[in-house]
Ligand binder design. Structure first.
Ligand SMILES: C[S@@+](CC[C@H](N)C(=O)[O-])C[C@H]1O[C@@H](n2cnc3c(N)ncnc32)[C@H](O)[C@@H]1O
Length: 232
């Protein structure tokens, strides 16, 4: 099977990080920890990269799974945290490799803006499917306010795939979200609990991003403490 441009891009990026072992800050999670744990401790990090958030959340008592399509990222994550659980999968796939209502919480830091709108809709549908009713979904995505800056300074050539979905010179598609767009993506399945649009630090870069925490509609299942950690 041929490897696609996006996966090759991320694999080579994580390859070149070989040897770099300093963890990036997971401070963005601090204000969400309690809310993420409300229905239970089973959590998946979509597009986990080198697994910084997975490690922090495991230390906080979550039963964590990291998902990414980059083998190099997952190798790095495994080296840093061998006890972690990792799944190699493509978020653009029709179905994520988890059963319905497998997780109490889903997080995704800077990993859900690499798709066309149609693919994004499917990812959000899949998040709703794998979460329990009452489960939390916290994520960070590019804001549309970032688009002008990015077009002006960083890339000479680009192709507009759809409104605010751009394929830059590196061949990777990036989407830049407006608030109405996020509202539409979340509307049917989620209630928004927290939202913030502003400067967000990722790697050495400062981006303008949305930080959103939403809760899946519905009544959480009644579970005993014993049920809490041995999922999937
Ligand atoms: C900007 S990095 C963020 C990594 C991590 N969440 C963090 O904040 O450190 C984006 C991550 O999304 C992953 N990713 C991008 N497209 C993906 C896809 N289609 N399926 C699975 N993972 C993907 C990349 O491999 C990369 O690890």
């Amino acid at each position: 099977m041929s490897i696609d441009v996006a996966r090759r891009y991320w694999d080579s990026l994580f390859q070149s990080m070989e040897g770099e072992r300093s963890a990036r800050s997971s401070a963005w999670l601090n204000r969400h920890l309690k809310a993420l744990a409300r229905t239970g401790n089973r959590l998946v990090d979509l597009g986990c990269g080198t697994g910084d958030d997975v490690r922090v959340l495991a230390r906080e008592g979550f039963w964590t799974v990291g998902l990414d399509f980059s083998w190099n990222a997952l190798t790095f994550a495994r080296d840093m945290f061998p006890r972690g659980r990792y799944v190699q999968a493509d978020l653009r796939a029709r179905r994520l490799p988890f059963g319905d209502a497998t997780f109490d919480a889903v997080i995704a830091r800077c990993a859900l803006h690499y798709f066309t709108l149609k693919e994004t809709e499917r990812v959000f549908d899949e998040v709703a499917r794998i979460l329990v009713p009452g489960g939390a979904f916290a994520f960070v995505v590019n804001s549309s306010k970032m688009l002008v800056k990015r077009m002006r300074y960083e890339y000479k050539t680009h192709k507009i795939v759809e409104p605010r979905t751009i394929r830059f010179a590196d061949g990777v598609v990036r989407h830049f979200f407006t608030r109405p767009e996020l509202a539409k993506l979340l509307r049917d399945d989620f209630e928004v609990e927290y939202e913030h649009e502003g400067v967000f630090r990722q790697y050495e870069e400062q981006r303008i991003a949305w930080v959103i925490r939403a809760r899946k509609k519905g009544t959480p299942p009644k579970r005993s403490r014993a049920d809490r950690s041995d999922a999937v």
